[in-house]
Design a protein around this ligand. Structure first.
Ligand SMILES: Nc1ncnc2c1ncn2[C@@H]1O[C@H](COP(=O)(O)OP(=O)(O)O)[C@@H](O)[C@H]1O
Ligand SMILES: [Mg+2]
Length: 264
């Protein structure tokens, strides 16, 4: 079985700083993986490189969207909206919702890049466009039900409790029909109950939607409970990779986290 994401020798320089340094990483179909490391290690930069926000200085980002035996497509250098169309969706470390739009509208926005009609259709407003709008509403509603936010459909995003806002971001990402979902610190700022709900939600997305997941996360309890494979980065370099058990016992990783608790 070949991986659905292959990142080879990725390097991202900002002036003299190598935020990512010859990093290799693969994700398999149906896998939940985590990218961990101290603050400033380059985790968010890694997401930005593979989702088209930055064009990497060196290296390749290859996806295999048609399954594990299909051929790869090189996506580095593609603009973010095209990367989304290819099936990579993400959430951001800082919540980025349209706060004065409703919950339903926030998810509908996620649907747009993958619909047939697009902006031209919206301008001419034919029958097909109305059909398509209904399709988008229905699809968004179904996603909100799955995420457990159906009670809030008509609420403005800004009125949602914090944990629900984070789940709404995931709902919007799911609306683009990804094969791989990238979550940047999804549990940040959550209370223990919200984190527990998130844990269950991530498993449900993988199990029911067959979407692979790569999460950046500081909550080690969540990382250790969810992940099948963990990548550890420090100063832009991969310093460890393996199962939660491997990572817990890896002396290099323990040293990088000195003073921090990875024994969750
Ligand atoms: N656009 C940028 N310009 C210059 N430096 C950046 C930029 N984005 C990130 N960095 C630097 O790259 C390093 C990695 O940052 P980041 O990827 O945000 O780390 P993490 O998400 O692991 O906390 C940091 O030293 C940060 O200051
Ligand atoms: Mg970050």
């Amino acid at each position: 079985m070949k991986p659905i994401l292959e990142v080879n020798n990725l390097t991202m320089k900002f002036g003299g700083l190598k935020a990512i340094d010859t990093l290799n990483l693969t994700i398999n179909k149906g896998e939940i993986a985590a990218l961990i490391g101290p603050n400033g290690a380059g985790k968010t930069t890694f997401f930005n490189c593979i989702t088209g926000i930055y064009t990497p200085t060196k290296g390749d980002v290859l996806i295999r969207p048609d399954g594990t035996e299909g051929s790869t497509k090189r996506i580095n250098g593609l603009k973010p909206n095209l990367v989304t169309r290819k099936g990579l969706a993400r959430t951001f470390q800082n919540i980025r919702l349209f706060s004065s739009m409703t919950v339903l509208e926030n998810v509908m926005i996620g649907c747009h890049p993958v619909t047939r009609e697009g902006i031209l259709g919206a301008l001419f407003r034919g029958t097909r466009t109305r059909e398509e709008e209904q399709f988008i509403v229905d699809k968004s509603y179904r996603i909100l039900e799955k995420i457990g936010l159906e009670a809030y459909v008509d609420e403005l995003a800004l009125n949602l409790p914090y944990g629900a806002q984070r789940r709404l971001e995931i709902a919007r990402a799911l609306a683009t029909d990804p094969f791989l979902l990238l979550l940047d610190e999804p549990a940040a700022g959550m209370n223990p109950k919200e984190t527990q709900q998130l844990d269950e939600l991530i498993l449900k997305i993988r199990d029911e939607e067959k979407i692979s997941i790569l999460l950046i996360e500081h909550d080690m309890k969540l990382v250790m409970s969810l992940s099948e494979n963990i990548f550890v980065v420090d100063y832009g370099k991969k310093i460890g990779e393996g199962t939660p058990e491997d990572i817990r016992n890896n002396p290099v990783v323990i040293k990088a986290y000195l003073g921090e608790d990875i024994d969750a």
